[in-house]
Design a protein around this ligand. Structure first.
Ligand SMILES: Cc1cc2nc3c(=O)[nH]c(=O)nc-3n(C[C@H](O)[C@H](O)[C@H](O)COP(=O)(O)OP(=O)(O)OC[C@H]3O[C@@H](n4cnc5c(N)ncnc54)[C@H](O)[C@@H]3O)c2cc1C
Length: 433
């Protein structure tokens, strides 16, 4: 019988932490969650869409219970220069099929629902206090946390404190991510009546759209814009890589990028007449597989973005489904290790095994070259949107002058950039996808 205060302490009640607490408490373990926000979700932010597969595994009835905004049935990707936009608009019944469906969410209500599920399962919560440090014994094993002047012990601590984890850095010795692996995200929420949102996006009642933007949203810097339709609001924002957005050569601060983005002809009509009700900013880890640090320690596991689990593919942004799945797997492995009486890193290795066997590590490994390709592909954010504008102008502008065949109008535009150079760049990108 252990003389620790709790079997498991979870640091942070975001997607990873609340799910870890729910799974461990449901398995009969005594669980304490320490959350620095005054309530779960108070400090949290996301762009807005969760792929539901990992949530369904933990909460099979989530669709009836969770505060979901809209089921996303329309996908749009826009390439923009300062004045033009070329948009792909896709919809299909497969997007809504159970198991591969996705939903827009607002983290305030969503995280409070997750925390309530963990509490119902028996987890105890302390909110409004940050964990300052992990406590270690003389063998360096993690044995608890220091928070608000208290020392609380546990058999296993699950660190789920999100991006930029100071506990991982200071108490566990994980490295600080490089600026090229981190992005800054800013977002605003605009209220609009549900009917107006559906009219503006040509949506059936209750369904939603996701839209990603490449090019002008970040003033030609690595990153992109996003837009998600909620029930009666729109989440609009952008993510810009810190190494470029924050370097001395960048004349445009991120808040100005957002101000300009809102004025873009592809965006302004969507939010016309809408009321701004929320503004938030947050970091995003974007280094992918290569930035995943050590996540199994003697007495401690790291889950969610604290373990660098996030992926921005330009056409898919994923972090919440990784967080939910890693939280679940961390809790399962912690319960197993406690039952076996071995919470050393070897005893907790079931977490690593589960993660490596799952989509979490497999997907991050498959697309590991992508962040690096993006980092070096300035043209995607500058030259390509301009080239695309010229190509589509060649297709659609009619001025009564005799026209050249389309290929003769398009080839000089592509040749201006360099046909072989462009083909090489595209090939390199496709090989990383
Ligand atoms: C602009 C932006 C857009 C995004 N878009 C998407 C998207 O569309 N889809 C998607 O899947 N993902 C998206 N992501 C990523 C996604 O939001 C994250 O991957 C996900 O929220 C990570 O969950 P988490 O539980 O690991 O961390 P978080 O949700 O950040 O939760 C961490 C929790 O820990 C608490 N905490 C932190 N430090 C301490 C401490 N010392 N003591 C106690 N508590 C602490 C925090 O208050 C917070 O509640 C986006 C992120 C950003 C910033």
């Amino acid at each position: 019988m252990s003389d620790s205060d709790f079997d498991i302490i979870v640091v942070g009640s975001g997607c990873a932490g609340a799910v870890a607490a729910y799974v461990a408490a449901s398995a009969g373990k005594s669980v304490l969650v320490v959350e620095r926000g005054v309530y779960a979700g108070a400090k949290n932010m996301t762009g807005g869409r969760i792929y539901s597969h990992s949530l369904k595994e933990v909460f099979p009835d989530f669709e009836q219970e969770a505060p979901l905004e809209r089921k996303i049935t329309h996908e749009r990707i826009a390439m923009t220069d300062p004045e033009s936009a070329m948009t792909i608009d896709f919809t299909s019944p497969e997007l809504a099929r159970e198991g591969q469906d996705s939903y827009s969410v607002l983290r305030g209500p969503f995280d409070q629902w997750l925390a309530a599920k963990a509490e119902e399962a028996g987890a105890e919560y302390i909110c409004g206090i940050a964990v300052e440090e992990l406590m270690r014994d003389e063998t360096s094993k993690v044995v608890g946390v220091r928070a608000g002047g208290d020392e609380i012990t546990a058999e296993v601590v699950i660190v789920a404190e999100g991006v930029n984890s100071l506990l991982c850095e200071r108490s566990l010795g994980n490295p600080r991510p490089k600026p090229s692996q981190m992005a800054v995200g800013i977002k605003e929420v605009f209220e609009l009546p549900a009917q107006v949102i559906e009219d503006r996006f040509l949506l059936p009642e209750g369904e939603g759209a996701a839209m990603l933007f490449v090019g002008d949203a970040t003033h030609g810097k690595v990153g992109g814009g996003f837009l998600y339709t909620n029930k009666d609001s729109i989440s609009l924002g952008l993510v810009a890589t810190i190494s470029t957005a924050g370097d001395g050569d960048n004349p445009t601060p991120v808040y100005q990028m957002l101000a300009d983005f809102k004025e873009h002809p592809a965006v302004a009509p969507i939010i016309k007449g809408a009321k701004l009700v929320e503004h938030s900013g947050h970091m995003v880890p974007e280094g992918g597989y290569v930035m995943i640090p050590q996540y199994v320690f003697d007495g401690a596991l790291v889950a969610g973005e604290a373990a660098g689990l996030c992926m921005n593919m330009g056409y898919q942004v994923r972090g919440m489904d990784f967080a939910v799945a890693s939280g679940r797997m961390a809790a399962e492995a912690a319960c197993e290790a406690i039952d076996a009486g071995d919470v050393s890193a070897a005893g907790l290795a079931g977490y690593k095994q589960r993660m490596e066997d799952s989509f979490v590590i497999k997907d991050l490994a498959t697309f590991q070259k992508w962040p690096h390709v993006m980092e070096e592909w300035d043209a995607m954010f500058n030259d390509y949107p301009v080239m695309v504008r010229e190509i589509f102008n060649a297709m659609f502008c009619v001025d009564g002058q005799p026209q050249q065949p389309l290929r003769r109008r398009i080839m000089p535009i592509v040749k201006k950039r360099g046909l072989i150079k462009t083909a090489r760049e595209v090939r390199k990108a496709v090989s990383a996808l």
